[in-house]
Design a protein around this ligand. Sequence first.
Ligand SMILES: [Zn+2]
Length: 381
Amino acid sequence: MASSAGHGNRYRCLKCGFTLDEDPRIWKCPKCGYILDLVYEYGDTLPEYKELFRCSRGIWCFSNQIPRYSSTYSLGEGLTRTRVIRIDNLDIVAKLELYNPTGSFKDRGTAVAISMVKSLVGGNSIKVVEDSSGNAGLSTSCYAAYTGLTPVIVVPRTAPRGKINAIELCGGNIIVAHNRDHASEVARELADREGYIYLPHTWLPHFVEGMKTIAYELYLEHGEELTHIFIPSSSGSALIGVYRGYLDLYRWGYIASIPKIIAVQNTYAYPLYRLAKNREPEIVEEQTLADGVSLKNPPRLLEMKKAIENSGGDVIVVSNSEIRHSVKTLITQGILPEPTSASALAGLIKYSVYVEKPDRPAILITGSGLKMIDTLKQIAT
Ligand SMILES: [Zn+2]
């Protein structure tokens, strides 16, 4: 039965099973406080590849596979291409997510979240708030401003200057918090006290649902050839979304098996490694060059574990020196990655040495280094 909003999307708690109509003002289970999934009906047939070439609606070109809304918005996210690069005698498929409108994969999730707000919230002067170390904040800022919402982005003091500048240029109002956890607290207070719509990419299922399109695109471009997919993982939206996208493809009969999904974390933030391996990494560092993957307690941790285990995958932890090496390597290939993205390559190299040599690996180049070119220059020279 359709919800009062008319789209039929429902929230369902992943712990207690409580369900309710999708509501932009709810971001966690009202009963137990756990994470929510979005339940909705969707088709089981992908668009033809040639149809996508003629489609200019971003991820909404997959509108039969992702949540439906009365108003959908796109800045041209998704439908990114891949390149095959040869490194250490491996032919690697690099999924170039850095070519999304605001320079990161987050745009796929933001397009869904913002379309939800625009479709389900009435009235003018709607303020949306997000806490982010950078990419999600920039993405939310640009999509919100473009669609007539007012974005407020709470960033930790350590957020790269280039990302903060970009957020402000896009129309985002910046609030600086002491650290990542404090940023979340401030954002939630603004939602509770001031009635802002809180759009936490770490919690909202819309981000996961948007990321399914990465798997669809990899399939449409590469069929069943990919054996392993390496994903820098913090909140887990890309990790879980890619897994679910491949699970869809498997259930729909497009593929006979799901590629191994390999999460890449780092020596500063490794909660999935700790949970999956039940041990600490050999090296632990006080900070990481991969600023985009620095969450120590992501809400979807159990779902992340499921994604790697059910796909026969793994989790790899990489150090700052390994990330630095991979940044330099990618630059020699003409790819300017943010260091977080380079950790995917670092994870692949380490996995090849210590676990197995993948036949046909893919890495997600999740974000562009152009937002933090000073840092990139320091790292690479
Ligand atoms: Zn619950």
